[in-house]
Design a protein around this ligand. Structure first.
Ligand code: ASN
Length: 488
């Protein structure tokens, strides 16, 4: 939803390259520096409102963006390179969002890029029933450099957070807002540092700001916003490689470990080596939850191959198209809830915050016996036009699938055995074409019309001959002969 009027944004500044300055030991975060940059920037602020000891900035309005956005910078101490951040830091960010939730309309978290994808994933789970925009951003080049990506990233994040309600945790980088738990850092040097392999951008910023509303999570929840600060540290990720041994597994899966993200090949495959599989089974049976995530940047874990299926057989849970960052933080989040391993396994396969794509439900089809049965049952209670229109199609579908039982049930219930579909094809045409002798026998026993003509002038006997169903064509020839004799 696009929002108008004055919007208040809290900018939580945790550290990262964006606010760093060069030092003899390389770039380091410098306290107070970002505040100074904002203070002097005519792009990021056109008015400074003193609020106690702090500065509140106003984002300039422009022809395109009459945003009326004001924002406050909440600087952490110490400022951190994100490589030094851990679960407690996520808890602190979650707590600050919680404490300021009612006072602000949106939140921006300035963060280093190295672990931004982990924080994006973790916060998506830790913030529950989120109804406001949370955007994490940072940069590859510090604002202190003449040429940098920090200015665009911060400005873009402020404009999106100030103008749209996108009620999820996103990562804004290089003109794209991506879902926080779908993102991986893909480059240490390019300005496009992040990509989301399995989910489209929520917002693309070009000449215009284009929000892909179909991709954005809905905020439809009546439950109040809350947070879970506790995350379990007893997790780890193990990358499968050619030559991996059972010892690798046992050395890794030592107490107090409770959850493993197994980083597998391709569509979720691992070596079919019995010792390796037995080790995984032993670990899984001991109550450690193992989640299967692919090493590939794109695609998901599906049990297409034997090498993937056997992992499921030893208790490893498929992680669908989750990133490793998302799977790890989800495991950590669920383990902290003190659920049983079975409950955690179940939750891991569910879509909690848009972090995974659940398998598509099979499409209904007249090639599906169960579907035909259900439709036929519904039609039983109908005596009108819908029944007249659908019954021939159902009869033909049953005949084509060789489903004698369902065919009998429908004919016993009064369906017209000689009815034809829109091509003039009858149940006898279909069963003869497919060579379902049992169906043909049954239809003949019910005195079906043996010579119906479809819209191409074809008969069931011709169908049986064309498809070389000898038994069916013999039976039809015999029955037609008998019929002729009887008529003479
Ligand atoms: N090392 C930095 C960090 O993650 C990298 C960056 O922000 N571009 O804090």
């Amino acid at each position: 939803m696009k929002i108008k009027g004055k919007k208040k944004i809290l900018v939580i500044y945790t550290g990262g390259t964006i606010g760093m300055k060069a030092s003899p030991n390389g770039y380091i975060p410098v306290e107070g520096y970002l505040n100074e940059v904002l203070f002097h920037s005519s792009i990021l602020n056109d008015q400074i409102i003193k609020n106690n000891d702090e500065n509140v900035f106003r984002l300039p309005n422009s022809e395109k963006h009459q945003n009326n956005v004001i924002y406050r910078l909440l600087e952490y101490s110490p400022l951190l390179d994100s490589s030094n951040m851990g679960m407690e830091d996520w808890g602190k960010i979650a707590q600050d969002i919680f404490e300021n939730y009612n006072e602000y309309d949106a939140f921006i978290v300035l963060h280093g890029t190295d672990t931004m994808a982990f924080t994006g994933s973790a916060l998506s789970f830790m913030l529950k029933n989120l109804q406001k925009t949370v955007i994490i951003t940072g940069s590859q080049i510090p604002l202190s450099e003449l040429r940098n990506d920090g200015l665009d990233n911060l400005l873009g994040a402020l404009l999106i957070a100030g103008n749209y309600e996108i009620p999820e945790v996103g990562i804004y980088f290089n003109n794209n807002l991506l879902r926080g738990n779908r993102v991986t850092k893909v480059s240490a040097s390019e300005l496009e540092a992040f990509q989301s392999g399995n989910y489209p951008p929520l917002v693309k910023v070009g000449i215009d700001i284009n929000v892909n509303w179909n991709a954005v999570l809905s905020a439809a929840t009546s439950l109040p916003f809350s947070i879970q600060k506790e995350m379990s540290p007893y997790i780890g990720t193990l990358r499968v490689f050619p030559g991996i041994t059972k010892e690798n597994i046992f050395n890794f899966a030592k107490p107090p470990l409770k959850g493993i993200v197994l980083h597998t090949y391709g569509a979720g495959n691992a070596p079919a080596n019995p010792e390796f599989l037995e080790a995984l089974k032993f670990v899984s049976d001991s109550g450690i939850v193992i989640i299967n995530c692919t090493q590939c940047f794109q695609g998901n874990v599906e049990a297409h191959y034997e090498t993937g299926k056997i992992l499921a057989e030893v208790g490893v849970v498929g992680g669908s198209d989750m990133t490793v960052e998302a799977a790890l933080s989800k495991l950590s989040y669920l383990l902290a809830q003190k659920l049983s391993p079975e409950e955690i396994k179940q939750e891991m396969t569910k879509n909690l915050r848009g972090e995974l794509s659940e398998p598509r439900k099979t499409k209904f089809s007249f090639k599906d016996k169960a579907f035909i049965k259900s439709v036929a049952e519904v039609l039983d209670s109908d005596s009108g036009e819908v029944k007249t229109a659908l019954e021939p199609i159902l009869l033909c579908s049953c005949a084509s699938l060789g489903d004698v039982e369902q065919l009998k049930a429908m004919i016993d219930n009064g369906a017209d055995i000689n009815s034809s579909d829109y091509d003039g094809r009858t149940a006898l045409h279909l069963s003869a074409s497919e060579g379902h002798l049992e169906v043909v026998e049954y239809l003949i026993s019910k005195n079906v019309n043996l010579n119906p003509i479809d819209r191409w002038g074809g008969t069931p006997l011709q169908d049986a001959i064309r498809h070389q169903h000898i038994h069916v064509s013999n039976l039809l020839t015999l029955s037609i002969g008998k019929l002729k004799q009887g008529n003479n």
